[in-house]
Design a protein around this ligand. Sequence first.
Ligand SMILES: NC(=O)c1ccc[n+]([C@@H]2O[C@H](COP(=O)([O-])OP(=O)(O)OC[C@H]3O[C@@H](n4cnc5c(N)ncnc54)[C@H](O)[C@@H]3O)[C@@H](O)[C@H]2O)c1
Length: 258
Amino acid sequence: MSILSGKTGLIVGVANKRSISWAIAQAAAAAGARVALTYPNERLEENVRELAATLQNPLVLPCDVASDQQIDALASSIDAEFGGIDFVLHGAAFAQKDELSNPFVQTSREGFRIALDISAYSLIGLTRAMVPLMKKRGGGSVLTLTYLGSQRVFTNYNVMGVAKAALEASVRYLASDLGPDNIRVNAISAGPIKTLAAMGIKDFSSIRDVYKERTPLRRNIELDDVADAAIFLLGGAGRGVTGEVLMVDAGFHIMGGA
Ligand SMILES: NC(=O)c1ccc[n+]([C@@H]2O[C@H](COP(=O)([O-])OP(=O)(O)OC[C@H]3O[C@@H](n4cnc5c(N)ncnc54)[C@H](O)[C@@H]3O)[C@@H](O)[C@H]2O)c1
């Protein structure tokens, strides 16, 4: 029997075929899950619908994670269709372009607010809305995506690093709150992958060059590396893991400078 067969999941953060969330959606579907995908606006709706059409019996719903109403509406629609939910993948992040190219010291109040709201607070809001649905299944698994820029300085990652630090702390507090309901909350900290979000970071491709030289595995991370680790955390094999930030970065984070 497939690892996620009979399970239903929500996947937030698919923009196109290069999205990490799309790789995870495909892996979850291949593992037997039925998934709901979301799109944040009309511009991305067609992309998401086209990708979803390649899956078995998908659900496609709108959700701008900056909106409490849209999150609540999403929870109601999923509950009506699935009658509960087993796992949630949160793969939404955003920062304004200037904040990812100007010196960090120039971070604006509004740029900070937007980055932290969409990239960190949204995990809290989305998880809260999904708690009743996961309780219907006797528990659940919530997973988000983060980056080592939460702890170390990477050129131009800037306010997104601060947002990821807040996101990782939120993972721990949510895991503590929701553990008694058998709801696990974890993050995967992925090595750099060429996606739409990553290309918004000035000089991003040079980060990948550095990883290729310095990681213990002497290679970059690809989408399927993250997707396979995600299936572990979303499914039963990860049942004893919560509040964790799992490094899927070919070992980059263990290395010193020289
Ligand atoms: N690509 C990398 O190198 C890398 C490394 C580590 C972590 N991550 C993280 O992985 C996650 C997915 O990013 P990705 O690299 O696949 O890029 P991506 O651009 O494909 O995904 C980012 C997603 O966030 C969504 N989003 C932005 N604002 C939103 C809003 N208001 N409401 C709902 N959704 C919104 C976008 O629609 C998009 O689908 C992000 O959290 C990112 O920070 C990426």
